[in-house]
Ligand binder design. Structure first.
Ligand SMILES: Nc1ncnc2c1ncn2[C@@H]1O[C@H](COP(=O)(O)OP(=O)(O)OP(=O)(O)O)[C@@H](O)[C@H]1O
Ligand SMILES: [Mg+2]
Length: 261
């Protein structure tokens, strides 16, 4: 079994701020992780490390058993799909939706580019279709609603057929129906054994798709709990993570939490 992520005693320090503190975390192939934690806990920073976009200040991060700092990250990046409002900054508003997905393949095909063009286009179209966006493929990215943008971004993250998919708050800004649609699609993704290893960052327990297997809870850059969902998803860990006494409810494979009396 391939170790997809291995964080060992990771510190990330910026100025005086210790963003991650002695954080250790292992993700094995095929696992589906949700990462929970309050604003500023370090979740996006964690994903930046996993996406090889950042190096730790101390400790080691290995991605697909290659240690950051000792490997050419450009070899690893095609294996990693990333969808993040915070990190996906370079999509132009006037870009055609099909191109938003298609361009994720650039750099992959190198000098065989022309041969692969048709194949790439077909794959981009298929992904847009799977995410319910094929009818809008000729629209500009800027003309899409928040929910539509989210689905295009996930299709884009899947374009290189990654072995690890990182999603940073894909449900942010969605209305109730949009969120439920996203959860349904992510549930299908989670249940498909052919899907990549998944890491989903969210603030809302309702957004955890059934079929997710593990949870990592962090607070102020430190691990509060990590492990199989059934073991770590409890009121004590959640209350500690969010520093609020919480009551956890579970129905039809979904979770929600409210403040305890
Ligand atoms: N370059 C930097 N210099 C100083 N502090 C930083 C830097 N980058 C991030 N931080 C701080 O590190 C903390 C963690 O940031 P991060 O974006 O990882 O949190 P997060 O868990 O994703 O939060 P949110 O839920 O709000 O998205 C925040 O307090 C942030 O202000
Ligand atoms: Mg964040």
């Amino acid at each position: 079994m391939v170790q997809v992520l291995e964080f060992a005693d990771v510190d990330v320090v910026r100025g005086r701020k210790e963003i991650l503190k002695s954080l250790s975390w292992d993700v094995a192939e095929g696992e589906r992780w949700v990462v929970l934690g309050p604003n500023g806990a370090g979740k996006t920073t964690l994903l930046q490390l996993a996406a090889t976009r950042m190096h730790p200040t101390r400790g080691t991060v290995s991605v697909f058993e290659e240690q950051l700092g000792k490997v050419d990250v450009f070899e690893l990046r095609p294996l990693i799909g990333l969808s993040s409002a915070a990190l996906t900054t370079h999509i132009r508003e006037d870009e055609r939706v099909l191109n938003v997905v298609l361009t994720a393949a650039y750099g992959m095909t190198g000098r065989w580019r022309e041969e692969y063009e048709k194949l790439d286009e077909r794959r981009a179209f298929r992904l847009l279709h799977e995410w319910g966006m094929s009818t809008m493929m000729n629209r500009t990215f800027g003309s899409l609603s928040e929910g539509e943008r989210k689905r295009v971004q996930i299709a884009r993250a899947l374009m290189t057929d990654p072995e690890l998919l990182l999603l940073d708050e894909p449900g942010a800004g969605l209305d109730l129906a949009g969120r439920e649609d996203l959860v349904k699609r992510l549930t299908q993704l989670a249940k498909d054994p052919a899907s990549p290893t998944l890491v989903l960052v969210t603030h809302h327990l309702e957004e955890i798709p059934p079929g997710f297997t593990h949870a990592l809870m962090i607070r102020e850059g430190e691990v509060v709990a990590a492990g199989p969902l059934g073991e770590v998803m409890n009121e004590e860990n959640l209350s500690k993570t969010f520093d609020t006494k919480l009551r956890l409810m579970q129905t039809e494979g979904r979770f929600m939490a409210v403040a305890a009396e």
